[in-house]
Design a protein around this ligand. Structure first.
Ligand SMILES: [Mg+2]
Length: 302
C-alpha cells in the first residue's frame, strides 16, 4: 500500500437546527448494509469483568501488549452532538498510565485526526482518525492511506450532499476528507427519508462508494479498502520492525466499524454495550466499565 505524509486540512461543518430524535438505524434497507454481523465465539461475548482473572493471565503471559481503543461510545459516552465530548480526567489518567508502561497504545476513531487528538489529549500514543485513513504517533508526521483520486471523489460527494441536504433540518453533514458523514440524530422521520433518498441516488450514480451505518450516522467511504484494522495492522508492522517479539492485541469498540476489527483480529476483543450479534470475545456494559477495565489493566503490567 502506498503511503504519503500529509497534513490534514480543515473540515467544513454545515450545521442545522435541532429537532426531536426519531429515526433508527434498522430503517436502512438491508441491501445497503454491507456488514453482516455474526458471532465469532460460539456462545457470544462474555462479560469481561467476571472473567478478569483469565484476561489478566493472558496479559501477563504475553511478550508484548498493544491496546487499541475506539473513542465515542467506548472511552466517552455518546453525546447528542459530536462536539460535546472530551476524555474525562480519570480515563485520561488510566490511558496515560498504561502508555507509560511497555504497552503500545492507540485511539482509533471515525473522527478527524486533529479533532480526536484535541479531545483525547493523551501524550505518547498513536492516533488513528477517519476510520483508518489518517494516522499519527504523538510528535510524529501524519500518514494518510487516502489517494488523490479518492480525495477528489469525496470532495465531489461532500459538495453534492451539502447542496442537496442544505434545507433539511436536523441533519449535520461532516466532511472528513476521506469520508463524508451524515448525522441524522436530530432529524424527523420525513426528513430522515429525504436524506436517505438523496444518499441512495448518490450510490446509484457512484457505485464504487461504500455506505456504512454508525450510531445515528451514515458514512460514505471512497471504497472498502481501508478500515480501522488496516491502520492498526500498519502500526503493528511499523513497531514490529523495531521489536520482533509477538504482540497480544487488545481492542475495545462499540460500533459497526469496530466489528470489522473484531472479525479480523486475533487477541482480546471487547465490545462496549450489549450486542447479541458481535465478533467480539468479551463485552463491557458501559464506558464506566471500560474505566474499571483500564484501571485494572494499568495495574497488571509493569
Ligand atoms: Mg464508537
Amino acid at each position: 500500500m502506498e503511503l504519503r505524509h500529509k497534513a490534514e486540512s480543515d473540515h467544513e461543518f454545515a450545521s442545522a437546527p435541532l429537532l426531536q430524535p426519531t429515526s433508527e438505524i434498522q430503517q436502512i434497507p438491508a441491501d445497503y448494509l454491507p456488514l453482516r454481523f455474526s458471532n465469532k465465539y460460539v456462545n457470544g461475548p462474555r462479560h469481561l469483568l467476571p472473567a478478569w482473572r483469565e484476561v489478566e493471565s493472558r496479559l501477563q503471559s504475553a511478550d508484548r501488549v498493544a491496546l487499541f481503543m475506539d473513542f465515542d461510545g467506548t472511552l466517552v459516552p455518546i453525546a447528542p452532538w459530536p462536539d460535546q465530548v472530551r476524555l474525562s480526567p480519570r480515563m485520561r489518567e488510566h490511558v496515560e498510565s498504561i502508555a507509560r508502561k511497555d504497552v503500545m497504545v492507540g485511539i482509533v476513531s471515525g473522527r478527524r485526526l486533529a479533532d480526536l487528538r484535541s479531545r483525547a489529549a493523551v501524550g505518547g500514543i498513536w492516533y488513528v482518525g477517519t476510520h483508518g485513513y489518517f494516522l499519527r504517533r504523538s510528535g510524529g508526521p501524519t500518514v494518510t492511506l487516502l489517494n488523490p483520486e479518492q480525495k477528489a471523489e469525496m470532495a465531489h460527494v461532500s459538495r453534492r450532499l451539502a447542496r442537496e441536504l442544505r434545507n433539511i433540518p436536523g441533519v449535520l453533514l461532516e466532511s472528513k476528507q476521506a469520508t463524508v458523514a451524515v448525522h441524522y440524530r436530530h432529524a424527523s422521520r420525513p426528513n430522515y427519508r429525504k436524506v436517505f433518498a438523496s444518499i441512495r441516488r448518490l450510490l446509484q450514480d457512484r457505485p464504487q462508494l461504500s455506505l456504512l451505518p454508525g450510531k445515528k450516522v451514515w458514512e460514505l467511504f471512497p471504497g472498502a479498502s481501508v478500515s480501522k484494522w488496516t491502520a492498526i495492522k500498519y502500526i503493528l508492522e511499523l513497531e514490529q520492525r523495531l521489536r520482533k517479539s509477538p504482540c497480544l492485541v487488545v481492542y475495545l469498540g462499540d460500533d459497526a466499524m469496530d466489528e470489522r476489527v473484531f472479525h479480523q483480529m486475533q487477541g482480546i476483543s471487547v465490545v462496549v454495550g450489549r450486542h447479541r450479534r458481535t465478533a467480539a470475545e468479551f463485552f463491557l456494559n458501559s464506558t464506566a466499565e471500560v474505566e474499571q477495565f483500564l484501571e485494572r489493566f494499568s495495574e497488571v503490567l509493569t
